[in-house]
Design a protein around this ligand. Structure first.
Ligand code: BDP
Length: 600
C-alpha cells in the first residue's frame, strides 16, 4: 500500500491536530450519533493515544468504543478527482463516517487503511468526519485478549480488558490522518524487488494501475539523474555499478511511475524510494549484500510519556540518534508494525529492521498469565483469520522497504503445544508466497525448547527470547551462562540454522546501584548482558543480539511491574542507564559485517 504523497499530480492535506473526543456510553451506535455533531466532547490530539491525556481513570482504562470528530474542507479544485481519506492506524478497530455516511471500517490496530470519500463530501461547505475507535482484544483479534465483565456495588457493568502480552493496551488514532487526491486513472500499487548479478543491480518492478495501463517508469539516483528507464507494467531494469543500500550507509533510488492517458498526457505519478540490496540466509550466516551481517540493537516499543503509542517524530529522531550513539545497527518492531514514518526513517538512516506483526501473547499457559484453568492455546484462540490479514497488510505496506530484512510472524507463541504447527504452517506459507525475497521467523520463548518446540522448522532464523539470569536463575549468572550456552548449542545441533537472540534483559531501576550483583541494580543489568555476550561470542552460528528493551515502557498493572517494564537500557524519557555506556563499548567494537568470521 503506497504511502500518501503530494507531487506534481497529487495533493495532500493533513487532518492532524485537535479533534473532539468522547467515550461511548454503550448507546452511541444504536442512537446513530455519527449522523450529527457529537455532543459532550473534550479536545483530543491526533495522532496520540488518548489513555494518558486526561486525569480520568475511566478514559485511561476504557474498554470498548470511543468517538473522534473533526471538520474539514475540500478544495473545489478537487471536483472530479479521487479524494482519499487515509488513516495511518487506528487501534484496534475503526469505523468512519463522512457527513453521516459510513465510508470504511478496518480491523487491526497497526496498519493503514483508506477510502475514496469523493462521493460523500461537500465542495461548497464544511465536512464532518466521525471515527468510532474500539480497543477490545479478544480471541479473534491480534493481539489476543479477553474482556472480563463484572458488576460494581450499584449493579453497573464493569468491563476489564485482560491480555497476554507485556505492553499497555494504548488506544486511539495513533498515526496521521491525511487526505490526498489522485486522478481517476492512477497508480494503485508498486512492488520493487532488487538483486545483484555481478556488478549489475537488477530492479524488478510491478505496477498496478486503475484505468490506463500505459506507464512510464524511470529510476533516478539521489542526484536526480535518470539511471534507467522502462515502460510496461512490469520489467527487470538494470543499473550498472549501483550504489548499494548498506547498513549505516543508506542509498535510496527513486522509482518514478507515470500513468499516461489515451491522449498522451501524464495523469498520475508516484515516486517510490527504494534501496538496492540483497538478503539471504546461508548456513550459519545472515547475508546482506552477500556479506555476513551481525545484528546489534534492540527490541523496541512505540511508547512514550503522554503520547503513548501516538506517532512522535521527535521521539523517533531521538531514538535513532541514541541507536547511532550506542553503535546499534538494527531493531525489531516488537510487537506490532511500527509507523510508516519510522520505516521510512530506517530506510533513510540505514537501520536494519526485523518487521513483526501484532501476533503477540498467543500462549495461554505462560507463567504470570496462566489462569487457574490451563487451556490449549490453539484450541482456544480463533485469530487465524486476523493473523493472516495482519501478515497480508504488513507485507503490502512494507514490501518495498530496504531496511526490512526479515518478517517476524509472531512473538512467543505456544510453539510447544499441540496444534502449533498446524496453526503456523499456513501462515508461514502465506508469508513466503507474498514475499519470496525475505527470510521469516517465529520468535521463540523458553517453553518451546529444542526438545518441545513444534514449529522451529518454519523459521529461517531461530529468533530466541531468553531470560535465564532473570526469570530463572536470578542472581546466578554463572549458572545462567551455562544454561544458555547449552541451549544454544542444542538448537544448532538440532536445526543447523543461525540463532538470533532477539530478547534478553533484566529489569533495572535507574539510580539503584550496588557493589555486589544485586537484581534490579544498574550493575546487575551490565553483568547480565555481559554473561550473554560471553556466550554469544563463543558461538559462530549466533548472528545477532537485540537487548530487551531499548527503553523502559508502559505495561498493564500487576505485581511484576512497577510503573511498567524497566528492562530499558534507556529510561522511558531516554536517559542512559549504566548499561547504555557498557553496551556502547561493545557495539562500537562490533562491525556490521564479518564479526564472527574474523575469529572473535
Ligand atoms: C518477553 C516478551 C516481552 C516482554 C519480556 C519481559 O516477548 O514482550 O516484555 O518478555 O518479560 O517474553 O520483559
Amino acid at each position: 500500500m503506497l504511502y500518501p504523497q503530494s507531487n506534481t499530480k497529487r495533493e495532500l492535506i493533513e487532518l492532524n491536530g485537535i479533534w473532539s473526543f468522547k467515550l461511548d456510553d454503550g448507546t452511541g451506535v444504536a442512537n446513530r450519533i455519527y449522523e450529527q455533531k457529537l455532543q459532550g466532547t473534550i479536545p483530543m490530539p491526533v495522532p496520540a493515544s488518548y489513555n494518558d491525556l486526561t486525569e480520568d481513570a475511566r478514559v485511561r482504562d476504557h474498554v470498548g468504543d470511543v468517538w473522534y470528530e473533526r471538520e474539514f474542507y475540500v478544495s473545489e479544485a478537487w471536483r472530479g478527482k479521487r479524494i482519499i481519506l487515509r488513516f495511518g492506524s487506528v487501534t484496534h478497530y475503526g469505523k468512519v463516517w463522512i457527513n453521516g455516511q459510513e465510508v470504511i471500517e478496518h480491523h487491526g490496530g497497526y496498519t493503514p487503511f483508506e477510502a475514496d470519500i469523493a462521493p460523500f463530501v461537500f465542495f461548497d461547505r464544511k465536512n464532518r468526519v466521525i471515527v468510532l475507535v474500539n480497543n477490545v482484544l479478544d480471541y479473534t483479534t491480534v493481539p489476543i485478549g479477553e474482556v472480563n465483565v463484572r458488576r460494581d456495588a450499584a449493579g453497573n457493568e464493569i468491563r476489564k480488558q485482560d491480555y497476554f502480552h507485556d505492553f499497555f493496551n494504548y488506544s486511539g488514532i495513533h498515526r496521521p490522518v491525511r487526505i490526498y487526491t489522485t486522478a481517476q486513472q492512477y497508480v494503485k500499487d508498486i512492488t520493487i524487488r532488487t538483486d545483484l548479478r555481478g556488478q549489475t543491480g537488477v530492479v524488478y518492478y510491478k505496477v498496478e494501475t486503475e484505468g490506463s495501463t500505459n506507464v512510464k517508469v524511470t529510476i533516478l539516483d539521489e542526484q536526480e539523474n535518470v539511471v534507467a528507464e522502462s515502460s510496461g507494467l512490469h520489467a527487470d531494469m538494470e543499473i550498472e555499478d549501483p550504489v548499494l543500500w548498506e547498513p549505516g550507509a543508506a542509498y535510496l533510488y527513486t522509482l518514478k511511475v507515470e500513468v499516461i492517458s489515451i491522449d498522451g498526457s501524464v495523469v498520475d505519478t508516484y515516486n517510490e524510494l527504494f534501496g538496492i540490496r540483497t538478503v539471504k540466509v546461508e548456513g550459519k550466516e545472515f547475508l546482506i549484500n552477500g556479506k555476513p551481517f551481525y545484528f546489534k540493537g534492540f527490541g523496541k516499543h512505540e511508547d512514550a510519556e503522554i503520547h503513548g503509542k501516538g506517532l512522535d517524530e521527535a521521539l523517533n529522531i531521538k531514538d535513532f540518534s541514541l541507536m547511532k550513539w550506542i553503535g546499534a545497527n538494527s531493531f525489531r518492531t516488537s510487537h506490532y508494525p511500527y509507523s510508516e514514518e519510522i520505516m521510512r526513517l530506517a530506510d533513510r538512516e540505514g537501520i536494519v529492521v526485523v518487521d513483526e506483526v501484532a501476533a503477540v501473547g498467543l500462549h495461554l499457559s505462560l507463567g504470570a498469565y496462566a489462569s487457574s484453568n490451563k487451556r490449549n492455546t490453539w484450541q482456544t484462540i480463533q485469530c487465524q483469520e486476523s493473523h493472516q490479514l495482519a501478515i497480508k497488510e504488513l507485507i503490502k505496506r512494507d514490501k518495498n522497504h530496504a531496511c526490512v530484512v526479515m518478517w517476524a510472524i509472531a512473538n512467543e507463541p505456544a510453539g510447544e503445544e499441540e496444534g502449533a504447527y498446524e496453526y503456523f504452517k499456513p501462515l508461514a506459507d502465506l508469508t513466503r508466497k507474498l514475499d519470496p525475497t525475505r527470510p521469516i521467523t517465529i520468535v521463540n520463548y523458553f517453553a518451546a525448547s529444542p526438545t518441545t518446540c513444534k514449529i522451529h522448522s518454519l523459521s529461517d532464523v531461530l529468533c530466541l527470547n531468553r531470560y535465564v539470569g532473570w526469570y530463572a536463575f536470578g542472581n546466578d549468572l554463572e549458572m545462567a551462562g551455562r544454561v544458555l550456552h547449552q541451549e544454544l548449542l542444542a538448537w544448532w545441533n538440532l536445526t543447523a540454522k543461525p540463532v538470533f537472540l532477539t530478547e534478553f534483559g533484566a529489569d533495572t531501576i535507574q539510580g539503584l546501584t550496588s557493589t555486589v550483583p544485586l537484581m534490579w541494580s544498574e550493575e546487575y543489568q551490565c553483568d547480565f548482558l555481559q554473561t550473554y555476550h560471553q556466550v554469544m561470542d563463543k558461538l559462530d552460528f549466533v548472528v545477532g543480539e537485540h537487548v530487551w528493551n531499548f527503553a523502559d515502557f508502559a505495561t498493564k498493572q500487576g505485581i511484576v511491574r512497577v510503573d511498567g517494564n524497566k528492562k530499558g537500557v534507556f529510561t522511558r524519557d531516554r536517559r542512559p542507564k549504566k548499561a547504555a555506556h557498557f553496551l556502547r563499548e561493545r557495539y562500537r567494537n562490533i562491525k556490521d559485517y564479518y564479526y564472527k568470521t574474523e575469529g572473535n
